[in-house]
Design a protein around this ligand. Structure first.
Ligand SMILES: [Zn+2]
Length: 346
């Protein structure tokens, strides 16, 4: 943290890094959103599927991202699971297609048990369900970026586990936005929670999601005068549905039960900054307690210390996280040296 304390005095992101940072956006531009098709693919759905699959087949840190996806989806870090149930086939649209790990080809593909069509491992994101041949694929961009950001964290975690698991004690992963998966990708919260629980049990994990917009941030702004500096307000289901979101669908069903692998809190720093933070939890709690958040104090201390005025209501770590993402196509040792440099202190 000492290294970082001087950082707000210098331009942290140099133009070269900004250029790299934008590379992660390139997917946006190359994704055939509309009226464009990948030559060999007949439909927009298949063009988009192929583009996402090809993206995952790139090597990042000398390893394909799609190998990480297999590791992640089939829990290969622990006792692996044999099958992932795909909710629908992108080709014949039949529902419930089992993807058996043992039947996966060396290209990370499967055959549909209904139509025999070629399924990609990346079809687990179900983005094909949200693409309309006429309206286009614009609706999946947000889900895709949110998912990619988190899968790249998973990739880095896998690289670290393989190289030097102790580094997990020294790295803080900060995601821009909540720790959750939305829309068609929502189900991915399940393998993410499994991985989080595995890491908490066997290693460690410092991971936080920071929200910069939305209902929770608006609420945090409204109550800023009511909270003392240095206060943590852990958000229970009752609180969320009483003060932040309209309605109360089902009192026994926690907020984000089908999307989040985290619970939320509002944090007012000692200097009066307000943050909406989500931290991974072992289950989705209706009424989370402080003890349900692993590494809470250390993470909040770092969020406070890393505060950066360079960006409006943003932080260095979001830049860090973005930087991490943007640099992910460089050799891992380089990344690890850069980012292991002690974001964590207790
Ligand atoms: Zn099929």
């Amino acid at each position: 943290i000492d290294d970082l304390e001087g950082l707000d005095k210098q331009p942290f992101i140099d133009p070269e890094d900004m250029a790299k940072l934008k590379q992660i956006q390139r997917l946006k531009f190359t994704l055939p959103v509309r009226n464009v098709q990948v030559k060999t693919e007949g439909t927009l759905v298949n063009s988009v599927r192929r583009t996402i699959y090809d993206f995952f087949c790139q090597k990042i840190d000398n390893d394909e991202l799609i190998a990480t996806l297999r590791w992640f989806i089939f829990h290969e870090y622990d006792t692996s699971i044999p099958t992932w149930n795909l909710s629908s086939c992108p080709i014949c649209e039949n529902s419930s297609v089992p993807l058996h790990r043992k039947d996966m080809s060396n290209k990370y593909t499967f055959s549909c048990n209904h139509c025999g069509g070629e399924l990609f491992l990346t079809d687990v994101f179900r983005l094909h369900e949200a693409i309309d041949e006429e309206l286009g694929a614009g609706g999946i961009l947000g889900y895709l970026i949110n998912t990619l950001e988190q899968i790249i964290f998973v990739h880095l975690i896998r690289v670290i586990l393989r190289m030097k698991p102790d580094l997990l004690n020294e790295m803080l992963f900060i995601k821009d936005g909540p720790l959750a998966f939305f829309g068609q990708t929502a189900n991915i919260y399940k393998p993410m929670r499994s991985l989080v629980n595995y890491l908490f049990k066997n290693h460690n994990l410092y991971l936080a999601g920071l929200e910069k917009s939305g209902s929770f941030v608006e609420h945090a702004d409204e109550i800023t005068e009511k909270l003392d500096d240095g206060t943590v307000l852990i958000l229970s289901n009752d609180y969320i549905y009483k003060y932040i979101l309209p309605g109360y669908p089902d009192p026994t069903r926690p907020y984000g039960a089908t999307t989040y692998y985290s619970n939320k809190l509002i944090f007012k720093t000692n200097s009066g900054g307000m943050y909406v933070v989500s931290l991974p939890t072992s289950e989705n709690f209706l009424n989370p307690k402080k003890a349900d958040f692993r590494n809470l104090d250390v993470i909040l201390t770092n969020i406070e210390k890393l505060k950066c005025d360079m960006y409006d209501s943003a932080l260095i770590p979001v830049a860090l996280a973005n930087k991490l993402v943007s640099l992910a196509d460089h050799p891992s040792s380089g990344i690890l040296q850069k980012f292991a440099k002690g974001a964590i202190s207790s």
